[in-house]
Design a protein around this ligand. Structure first.
Ligand code: FMN
Length: 335
């Protein structure tokens, strides 16, 4: 190190030390910090398997958008990051390309994601229509068109109900999922969109031969709130409290552990994407280690913020998540 650099660093330390005070009540008490067992992380950790594919890090880019000009840019950036950093990703709802190829370009990212897990996405209302009309082939065609690995079904009755143009869900989603799984050879992931799910729903999902469950838990992006923001004052005042209904990712980890324990050999779904309100790699690392199932952690809005801006910003954000996760996995033990 040059002498000037060292002396400027020392000067920073003196100037900033009084600002850099933390009180003991702010300690993150989820972890034991063990600084003496390891050197700094190497750049290539062991990959995580998901759907038989290798992810360099247990990080998932949760489903977002499609079908607008802005969406094409966002999805291109997300798919590029997924491929470059060897993660996995879900697309936003692909409903718009079920019957019409006009927007197909917004969803065709197999080349950018390479061999990483890449999933199509439909809402339960749409899947229900197709399943009960015996048109599951249409979903298979969708998967083929974009060369996806499988289908994510988002189950969002509160959002649909609050949306002025929302769909009516006729059958119980669990029944629709069962029928879909009987006729569909690709892996299926079931998720909410930011309210999470309670123990009865989770128990049903863990009993189905799903490829994975994605929590999409409460505590981050909230589609009840979002739909209310799109509506008039009266509607907002009357239904505002619905935005606070749901289950956090941490609560869902507790439910899941209990369910996995109770179901024993009857567990049919062995992979989870812990998502919804995951603020950073520390939340992800903590919850992955708390859950008694193979898991990744996922984020939507956190990636969106950067993907909407530029690839460089998204890459910098993704890289910081990865570095943070690696640091955590070397020096932190979950309590
Ligand atoms: C702009 C935007 C669009 C979304 N669209 C979809 C969608 O089409 N399908 C879906 O399954 N989830 C969708 N989601 C929900 C996310 O996948 C995720 O479950 C939710 O945002 C909670 O994660 P977060 O707190 O990290 O944002 C969307 C989220 C955002 C922010």
């Amino acid at each position: 190190l040059k002498k000037e650099e060292t002396s400027s660093r020392k000067k920073d330390h003196i100037e900033l030390a009084l600002e850099a005070q933390i009180s003991s009540s702010q300690t993150d008490d989820r972890f034991y910090y063990e600084p003496i067992m390891s050197g700094h992380p190497r750049s290539h950790p062991a990959p995580t398997q998901f759907f038989g594919k290798a992810l360099s890090y247990p990080i998932w880019i949760s489903s977002m958008t499609g079908g607008t000009k802005e969406a094409f840019k966002i999805n291109t950036n997300l798919a590029r990051a997924c491929g470059e950093f060897k993660l996995g990703m879900g697309l936003g709802s692909c409903r718009i390309i079920l019957d019409d190829d006009h927007y197909l370009n917004d969803f065709q990212f197999r080349k950018l994601v390479g061999d990483q897990p890449f999933f199509a996405n439909l809402g339960i209302a749409q899947v229900e229509k197709l399943v009960w009309a015996k048109q599951v082939d249409k979903i298979k065609k969708l998967i083929d068109k974009i060369d996806a690995d499988g289908l994510i079904v988002h189950i969002n009755p509160v959002q649909e109900w609050l949306q002025p143009e929302g769909d009516h869900i006729e059958h119980s989603p669990v029944e629709t999922l069962e029928r879909l799984l009987n006729k569909f050879d690709f892996p299926v992931i079931a998720k909410e969109v930011g309210q999470g799910m309670g123990p009865e729903s989770l128990k049903q999902l863990f009993s189905l031969p799903l490829g994975a469950i994605e929590f999409a838990a409460h505590g981050g992006t909230n589609f009840a709130k979002l739909e209310l923001l799109r509506s008039n004052d009266m509607h907002q005042n009357n239904f505002n409290d619905l935005a606070f209904i749901g289950h956090t990712a941490e609560e869902m980890v507790h439910f899941s552990n209990q369910i996995i324990n109770d179901l024993g050999k009857k567990v049919s779904c062995n992979q989870v994407i812990i998502s919804g309100g995951i603020k950073s790699f520390l939340d992800g690392y903590y919850l992955i280690h708390k859950l008694n199932s193979h898991a990744l952690y996922g984020q939507a809005s956190a990636f969106l913020k950067y993907a909407a801006s530029s690839y460089e910003e998204l890459a910098a954000y993704t890289s910081s998540q990865i570095k943070g996760y690696q640091l955590a996995s070397h020096f932190l033990k979950v309590k």
